[in-house]
Ligand binder design. Structure first.
Ligand SMILES: [Zn+2]
Ligand SMILES: [Zn+2]
Length: 264
C-alpha cells in the first residue's frame, strides 16, 4: 500500500521528501491563515476548509468522524464537498467562519484515525526494541500483544503497521518501560538473553528516546545525551556505550574537517 506523496504521506508514513514537506507546510499555512481570517468576517472562503476535509479523507478519516469531531451535522460536511444535489447547487464558495474553524480544528491524531489506517512502523519497532533492551523477552511481549512469536518477529521488520497495532504497542510500552522484567516473573536467563540480543543488534534502550523523538523517522537515538554533537564521540567512550553511533561519527568527521580547515 503506497500513498501518493503529500500531506497524508508526510503525516502517516513519515516521508520527509521535498514534495511531502512542501505539502505539510502548505497544510499548516492554509490552516493557520484560515483560522486567523475567520475571526472577523461574516463569511470566509470555503476552499481552505474543503481542502482540509480532503486531507483528512486522504488520512482515512471519514466524513462521519470529521462531522462528529467538528460538532457539525454530517450533511454540512457533505455539502461543503459536493454541493446540494437536491437543489443542483455546487459546493459553496463561502461558508460561515465558525463552520470553517470547526472543520479546521479537526486534525489527524492517533486517537481519531481509524484503526485500519497504516502508518510508519518506526515508533512501534523502536518501542519493542527498547523493551527488549530493558530485558523483556520477545515471547512475553508477543504474548501481551496476542501475537505468535513468528508474527512478532515479522512485526519488527515491518515498514508499516496499522494504527491499531501502533496503539497497542504504545500502551504496552507506556506500561513497561520503567519496569524491571525480573520483578514480573521473567527468569534471569530469559532476561539476560533479551539484553544480549538487544546489545548484539544495537537496539537503542528506553533512555535513548523521548516522546518527541521516538515516532520521528528523522530522529536518531541519543545513547549518550550528547549524540550527534562534537562531544558525542568521546561520551560514547566515557560512558562505555560502544560502538559510537553514526551521528557521533559524522559529527566527529565534520569537527575534524573544520579543525583542519582552520589550521590550513
Ligand atoms: Zn514524500
Ligand atoms: Zn552517539
Amino acid at each position: 500500500m503506497t500513498r501518493p506523496h503529500g500531506y497524508a504521506r508526510y503525516k502517516l508514513d513519515g516521508c520527509r521528501c521535498y514534495t511531502c514537506g512542501f505539502a505539510a507546510a502548505q497544510y499548516r499555512d492554509a490552516r493557520d491563515h484560515a483560522i486567523r481570517r475567520g475571526t472577523w468576517q461574516p463569511y470566509v472562503d470555503a476552499e481552505p476548509a474543503r481542502a482540509h476535509v480532503r486531507e483528512l479523507l486522504a488520512c482515512g478519516i471519514g466524513t462521519r468522524t470529521i462531522a462528529a469531531l467538528a460538532h457539525l451535522d454530517r450533511k454540512q460536511v457533505y455539502v461543503l464537498l459536493h454541493g446540494r444535489s437536491d437543489r443542483g447547487t455546487p459546493p459553496p464558495a463561502q461558508i460561515r467562519p465558525a463552520t470553517a474553524a470547526a472543520i479546521l480544528s479537526v486534525e489527524p491524531t492517533w486517537e481519531n484515525l481509524p484503526g485500519t489506517t497504516t502508518v510508519a512502523a518506526v515508533g512501534t519497532v523502536r518501542r519493542l526494541q527498547a523493551l527488549t533492551a530493558r530485558g523483556w523477552p520477545q515471547s512475553r511481549l508477543a504474548a501481551r500483544l496476542d501475537m505468535t512469536p513468528g508474527n512478532f518477529g515479522a512485526l519488527l521488520a515491518r515498514e508499516h503497521v496499522t494504527i491499531a497495532t501502533a496503539r497497542r504497542v504504545r500502551s504496552l510500552y507506556d506500561e513497561l518501560w520503567r519496569t524491571d522484567p525480573r520483578d514480573h516473573r521473567v527468569a534471569n536467563q530469559a532476561y539476560s538473553r533479551a539484553l544480549n540480543q538487544a546489545k548484539a543488534k544495537l537496539w537503542a534502550p528506553v533512555g535513548a528516546w523521548d516522546d518527541d523523538t521516538i515516532d520521528d523517522p528523522q530522529a536518531y537515538p541519543d545513547w549518550t545525551g550528547h549524540c550527534g554533537t562534537s562531544s558525542g564521540y568521546n561520551a560514547h567512550f566515557q560512558n562505555g556505550v560502544l560502538p559510537a553511533c553514526q551521528p557521533c561519527l559524522d559529527a566527529r568527521s565534520a569537527h575534524r574537517a573544520a579543525t583542519k580547515a582552520v589550521a590550513a
